[in-house]
Write a protein that binds this ligand. Structure first.
Ligand code: G3H
Ligand code: ZN
Length: 303
């Protein structure tokens, strides 16, 4: 089916107390693996590309791969921009047919984050495309516990931020760190409860690869409705390549190597979909198709 937007999909997840997996892809095999897993699980799915993936594959190429995979699937698929760090990047993705955007202003001073997020929302909402923003910071790399705590989303900013920006979903910092290679982090569920108490907006968990699965499950009960998974899929992809090279040392056909990688990614995605509770939710996910005309919108008139 055609790409769908994430708005109704995530509202349905919030109401149904499950989360939709948002899986990062960098190449054709990862796109195919993610969509194949969603089809096998009858699950709605968000396929997201980061700015790094866009630099690697090219914007049009990345969008076309996901669009094609979605059209061949009979479950709803969203094409989402992950961590778009400037306004222009969001506009380029809107024009390229993305059906969900993210403005990541975590590094901005608060007022600037409000202003730019609101600008992205204003333009995207004209064509019914939802926007995710980040309030607080989900950090990356070697950071101390104090740094993680200091970067958490402040409950007293949430209402003001959501009201002034009109954002559709909010990435919250509740103890996770990007790019963890082992699942050992406990999320701060008490902090999440405080955030949940002040707004109904669906929340997004970033940095899930380093989080304990029990903790993810608890977070879903308190309003985490989109869970981003990247590092774990890259680990599976490379593990597949290593295994294929070890098992077939004389092989020179990349298709044989990458088939093992693709299958290993599919298994990880299926596992996460089942864990998040979105297995079997494809038909009740409340999706809407992206408006057919949105690629012809006059972007210049919106400034
Ligand atoms: O935006 C993408 C994610 O937050 C993924 O985090 O690499 O720790 O799974 P991860
Ligand atoms: Zn992230």
């Amino acid at each position: 089916m055609p790409l769908v937007t994430s708005k109704e999909m995530l509202i349905a997840a919030l109401e149904g107390h499950y989360a939709v997996g948002a899986f990062n892809a960098n190449n054709m095999e990862q796109v195919q693996a993610i969509v194949e897993a969603a089809v096998q699980e009858r699950a709605p799915v968000i396929l997201q590309v980061s700015q790094g993936a866009i630099r690697y594959a090219g914007l049009e190429f990345a969008a076309a791969m996901v669009r094609t995979a979605a059209e061949m699937a009979d479950v709803p698929v969203v094409l989402h921009l992950d961590h778009g760090t400037d306004f222009d990047q969001n506009v380029r993705c809107l024009r390229a047919g993305f059906t969900s955007l993210m403005y990541d202003g975590h590094a901005d001073p608060y007022e600037q984050n409000v202003r730019t997020t609101a600008r992205v929302c204003q333009i995207a909402h004209i064509v019914s495309i939802p926007v995710e923003a980040e309030l607080g910071s989900v950090l990356t790399g070697q950071v101390s516990e104090e740094q993680v705590r200091a970067a958490m989303t402040q409950p007293d900013q949430v209402v003001d931020f959501v009201e002034r920006t009109g954002v559709d979903t909010l990435a919250v910092a509740i103890g996770s760190i990007h790019a963890g290679e082992k699942q050992e982090t406990e999320l701060d569920i008490e902090h999440l409860k405080k955030l949940r108490a002040v707004t109904d907006v669906p929340f997004v968990l970033h940095g899930s690869s380093g989080v304990k699965e029990e903790s993810e499950l608890e977070a879903i009960q308190y309003g985490i409705t989109k869970i981003n998974v990247a590092t774990m899929l890259n680990q599976a992809f490379i593990a597949g390549m290593k295994k294929a090279i070890e098992d077939m040392p004389n092989n020179i056909d990349p298709r044989k190597t990458l088939t093992v990688s693709r299958d290993m990614v599919t298994e990880v995605v299926r596992h996460k979909i089942r864990l998040f509770g979105s297995s079997g939710k494809a038909s009740s996910s409340g999706y809407v198709s992206a408006p057919k005309s949105f690629r012809s919108v006059d972007l210049g008139a919106v400034e």
